[in-house]
Design a protein around this ligand. Structure first.
Ligand code: MOS
Length: 771
């Protein structure tokens, strides 16, 4: 069973009623598809937008967490009596505090619930105690006064070592996390037998940290037994359920607000143990408590992209027919998982047509921070493996790598038993992307006699969970003065959701986007929405938004038809005016409608109908890059990058381009610099838990322009806005494209990422010796 769009949080899937009537696909659009700057851009850049980390309440305290400094340790002594007497300290929580001792964290997948504060710590940074004080400094000082002793246990920081006999046991149940995920179709032995070329390689990707700009945390406030939490999150409703479950509260007593938030990349699909602690401290002190983790804590405890060790064996015929893939992967979600493992093999199973495929994907426990979903879980890892192999296969049969990919573009999802896609823009992504990039000439670059070698590479992808689906409920209100309110539960995780959805209302309702105010991501005042993850916010929400606006429009047109004795079917609304499609002279400002004057507000509700039965809605992409490798220093510079994406219809070309730029930048970091480094020889601790030693690309590390190529398959089947989603797909093939370009430049393949200068220099040394 494919978990599809539901892989990241254990959300219920309530059914929403399918719309009684779907609006017809848009033909020509006026607003949708344009480049519209964010409607909340001024607030965001001026600092007036209030993010959860900006919230300051009267009498608010600051919380901080005492965390285990060891990868694996038992707390043998914990004494907060001196710390409690420090200036400004209002409350302490320890594992035995009455307020904390019965509170459990039930969100580690495949594990029993653990106490919210631990006595046995299985990862560096696991919470042991928490404090609330008048100032953040007093809270930090108090933690330093806590007397705590540890019995440090042997730890295992490496996912391969964790499976070896005699490895320290992370859990009593053994170090393998559940059953291996296995998949098989066709007959791989027969597939390899019919191949002209069989290649087998091993690959490795490193652990990456989400590192959003705004840190993880909340401000918690109680009013009697009602809790309000302002938290930096990707979805307020699933987090409302988490608080209600952990604290034993009715949903109606938990309000979660996350109107503005500063990025998550998957790491904010769940709340955190520290945020639960903030609510407990707030309850104990009867004062609001603010508790945000530090950057160093975030690096340890708020998630990661699992590293991967993989082997891929592949068979191809001389004509480019893929005959077999055999994939084995080992990976780890840390000592516990908060979602985001799995799917390392998805692209091997589904990106290219191949009859015979076998995959085994194993996850193990190591002593490191819990995994959380990270921008396209499993996929950038899988692309690193598959897309480098595709280039090796192409070379082995003397075929252009783009040609080999085009030859194997599927029209059905093979991993879903041959379900057809509503649209497959992969071939056009490869064709039009390579034209825009100038692929043929870039591959011919003459590198003779230069120490700066140029090369060009390609990478392609699909994304398992795009395409959205129900449920979503949207309310649109049009007021007597013609202004509009859009009420939407979904979070805008920095992608421009608010603006994009206002554009949909503006398009459908014929109003100026500037006249639309937006309420979102507040469980008290907005309608239920799933979390903004899986690149499905646009395809999930926009059809419901369109439906709600359409239902307002229908009522206005019926009023106009009745008041002016016209046929509602002949009317539409443009720029706030009802106009007749048959008699252009008939025009009535919406605000003049007697029905609106009487009712004062016209409200429309929109629900998200189901995706088409028996079909798959997935986005596709192909990316092209040119690198320059300095063979003296080993440095790689990405000099040019073009990203061709089939995300369905693009609602806002500007915010789409922002997604492309951001996703590619993140992928370049994955390719060249980003890696969590654990001290595997001695302590097992992370040695680069800061922005100085954990290298995220800056503007100077990526090309100044990253042009996008839009492939719109004009998908009228997927949903009523024709959208399939963007965001995660952008970051999937990037690192593989960079690796392929590096190979094209210097003729040696770096299969273990990231491609750091030392690896390039080592590879060149080996190459010279071999020659
Ligand atoms: Mo994404 S990893 O579903 O935020």
């Amino acid at each position: 069973m494919v978990r599809d769009a539901k892989y990241w949080v254990d959300e219920p899937v309530p059914e929403t009623p399918a719309p009684s009537e779907y609006p017809a696909p848009w033909k020509k659009t006026k607003i949708v598809g344009t480049r519209m700057p964010r409607l909340d851009g001024y607030e965001r850049v001026s600092g007036t937008a209030v993010y959860p980390s900006d919230i300051v309440l009267p009498s608010m305290l600051y919380g901080a967490v005492l965390r285990c400094p060891h990868a694996y340790a038992r707390v043998t002594e914990l004494d907060v009596s001196a710390a409690e007497k420090m200036p400004g300290v209002m409350a302490f929580l320890t594992p035995s505090s009455p307020e904390a001792k019965d509170i459990q964290w039930p969100f580690f997948r495949g594990s029993e619930p653990v106490p919210i504060l631990s006595r046995t710590c299985k990862y560096e940074g696991e919470p042991i105690a928490a404090v609330a004080a008048e100032t953040p400094q007093q809270a930090a000082d108090a933690l330093k006064k806590v007397v705590v002793k540890y019995e440090v246990l042997p730890s295992v920081p490496d996912h391969t070592a964790a499976l070896e006999a005699g490895a320290p046991a992370v859990h009593d149940t053994g170090n393998q996390a559940g059953e291996a995920s296995t998949y098989e179709r066709g007959d791989i032995s027969a597939g390899f037998a019919e191949a002209d070329v069989v290649l087998e390689r091993t690959y490795r990707t490193e652990y990456e940290i989400q590192a959003p700009m705004e840190l993880h945390g909340c401000v918690a406030q109680w009013d009697g037994n009602k809790l309000t939490v302002w938290e930096s999150l990707q979805g307020v409703f699933s987090i409302q359920e988490q608080y209600a479950r952990v604290l034993g509260l009715p949903l109606s007593n938990v309000r979660v607000v996350s109107t503005f938030m500063g990025g998550g990349f998957g790491s904010k699909l769940t709340t955190s143990r520290s945020s639960i602690l903030a609510t407990l401290l707030a309850k104990k002190t009867a004062r609001p408590v603010k508790l945000f983790v530090s950057r160093e804590e975030a690096m340890l405890v708020t998630g990661n992209r699992p590293g991967l060790d993989a082997r891929l064996k592949a068979g191809v015929k001389k004509d480019g027919t893929l005959t077999a893939f055999e994939f084995d992967g080992i990976s780890s979600g840390g000592s516990y998982s908060e979602g985001g493992t799995g799917l390392n093999d998805w692209l091997v199973k589904d990106l290219y047509t191949c009859a015979n495929v076998k995959c085994v994907d194993v996850f193990v426990h190591i002593n490191a921070g819990p995994v959380r979903p990270f921008r396209a879980p499993g996929h950038p890892q899988g692309a690193w493996v598959l897309e480098q192999m595709m280039d090796d296969l192409a070379e082995a049969i003397g075929m252009d790598p783009v040609e080999l990919r085009i030859k194997n573009v599927p029209t059905v999802s093979q991993a879903r038993g041959g379900q057809p896609y509503t649209s497959t823009g992969l071939k056009q992504c490869l064709q039009e992307g390579s034209e825009a990039f100038g692929w043929a000439s870039a591959r011919k670059t003459d590198n003779d006699n230069r120490h700066l070698k140029r090369g060009a590479g390609v990478g392609a992808c699909t994304w398992v969970a795009g395409g959205g689906g129900p449920p979503a409920t949207i309310v649109v209100k049009l007021f007597a003065d013609g202004s509009v309110n859009l009420n939407m539960g979904a979070s805008d995780i920095g992608t421009g959701t608010r603006t994009v959805m206002a554009m949909v209302v503006a398009e459908e309702l014929g109003v100026d986007p500037a006249k639309i105010s937006i309420e979102n991501a507040d469980t008290r005042s907005t309608q239920w929405a799933s979390s903004s993850g899986g690149s499905k916010t646009v395809p999930t929400e926009s059809p419901a938004v369109r439906e709600a606006a359409y239902n307002v429009k229908k009522q206005l047109l019926e009023m106009a038809a009745e008041e002016h004795e016209l046929d509602a079917g002949d009317l539409t609304i443009e720029d706030g005016t009802v106009v007749s499609l048959v008699d252009p002279a008939s025009k009535f400002p919406v605000t003049e409608l007697r029905g609106l004057k009487r009712r004062r507000v016209v409200m429309g509700v929109g629900y998200r109908g189901p995706n088409p039965e028996g079909k798959t809605v997935n986005p596709f992409a192909a990316q092209f890059c040119e690198v320059e490798v300095n063979t003296r220093t080993g440095e790689v510079k990405v000099v040019r990058f073009v990203a061709a994406h089939d995300s369905g219809r693009i609602l806002n070309r500007l915010t789409f381009d922002n997604q492309v730029f951001g996703g590619v930048t993140m992928g370049i970091g994955y390719a060249l610099t980003e890696q969590r480094v654990l001290d595997s020889n001695q302590t097992g601790k992370m040695v680069n838990a800061n922005f100085h030693d954990y290298k995220i690309p800056t503007a100077l590390d990526v090309p100044a322009e990253i042009p996008s190529v839009v492939i719109d398959p004009n998908d009228t089947e997927c949903n009523t806005t024709g959208t399939k989603g963007c965001g995660e797909p952008v970051t999937i093939p990037t690192a593989a494209a960079v690796a392929n370009a590096v190979y094209d430049a210097i003729g040696v393949r770096i299969t273990k990422g990231p491609i750091t200068p030392d690896k390039i220099l080592d590879a060149l040394k080996t190459q010279r010796k071999g020659a």
